[in-house]
Design a protein. Structure first.
Ligand SMILES: C[S@@+](CC[C@H](N)C(=O)[O-])C[C@H]1O[C@@H](n2cnc3c(N)ncnc32)[C@H](O)[C@@H]1O
Length: 264
């Protein structure tokens, strides 16, 4: 059976082709395609209850999908999720529970690192070092800051494993008089973050970092935030959606990469 599928609510800063993973045509804010039942059910499973940029996506099927097709789609989706972009790939890397689930996948951290263009980076809340190492491998000097002593030690250990220990310093907190070029934050999302909409005030570390940007202590702020983050809650911000690289997450937004410069 063929279903007409209409998806609405994809922000213009999201690559709709990557998100939908199917040939859709677009008109105004609607993306439309004709898909067989299996492809439609896969899309339904993947986009179910997914908020992007501050609102849930709207996904409609005509004719509607039947329950067995929906169930089969969810089963395939759960199976596909086993093959996602890996965290650290080097043997010997260390992490604790929080460090593992909040780790930026190695390939994506390296993409961000290269985009930093060898600037000096302050990684505020470095965890076990996923982004710190991505920046350092791309030639940046990194001031890594982590309040948890175990993760701080692991970040240094992991920097050694990746051969970039000489580009990384660590500290426990960002001092009030610290200044620099690029300030990067990956604030804790918690396991219960709102899948529909998150905003600036949900992330205390983002609020304090924005204050430092407005004081011009740093020239730019980058933040890694959940797909549901509404970038319009931050004045002067630009957003891009970062997708995974493996079959299980190449059509999923892993995080929003927010960039903010001081007001003119
Ligand atoms: C989401 S994790 C960072 C993960 C990291 N980007 C990676 O890829 O490995 C956030 C970390 O920020 C730390 N953190 C939160 N608030 C902090 C603060 N004010 N100062 C220093 N570290 C902080 C937490 O302890 C946690 O380890």
């Amino acid at each position: 059976m063929i279903h007409q599928v209409v998806v609405r609510g994809v922000p213009e800063w999201v690559d709709a082709g990557k998100l939908l993973g199917q040939p859709f045509t677009s008109e105004d804010d609607a993306f439309t395609a004709e898909l067989d039942t299996e492809a439609a059910a896969d899309l339904a499973a993947r986009l179910r209850n997914v908020g992007v940029g501050g609102a849930l996506l709207s996904v409609q099927f005509r004719p509607r999908l039947k329950r067995p097709a929906i169930r089969a789609g969810r089963t395939r989706d759960a199976r596909a999720r086993r093959d996602t972009t890996p965290g650290f790939t080097q043997p010997g890397a260390q992490w604790d529970d929080e460090g593992r689930y909040s780790l930026t996948p190695e390939a994506l951290a390296l993409v961000m690192g290269k985009a930093a263009n060898k600037r000096d980076v302050t990684d505020l809340g470095c965890g076990v070092g996923g982004n710190t190492i991505g920046f350092a491998r791309a030639g940046c000097t990194v001031a890594a800051i982590e309040r948890d002593p175990i993760r701080r030690r692991m970040a240094l250990h992991n920097a050694s494993v990746y051969g970039v220990r000489d580009r990384v310093t660590v500290a426990t907190e960002l001092s009030d008089d610290a200044t620099g070029d690029l300030l990067f934050i990956d604030p804790p999302w918690g396991t219960e973050w709102d899948r529909e909409r998150t905003v600036v005030n949900d992330f205390p570390l983002l609020v304090t970092s924005l204050e430092r940007i407005q004081r011009a202590d740093f020239t730019e702020l980058w933040a890694k935030l959940p797909p549901s983050f509404d970038p319009t809650s931050v004045p002067n911000a630009t957003a891009q959606a970062v997708f995974g690289t493996r079959p299980g997450d190449c059509h999923r937004i892993k995080f929003v990469w927010l960039s903010v410069r001081p007001h003119a």
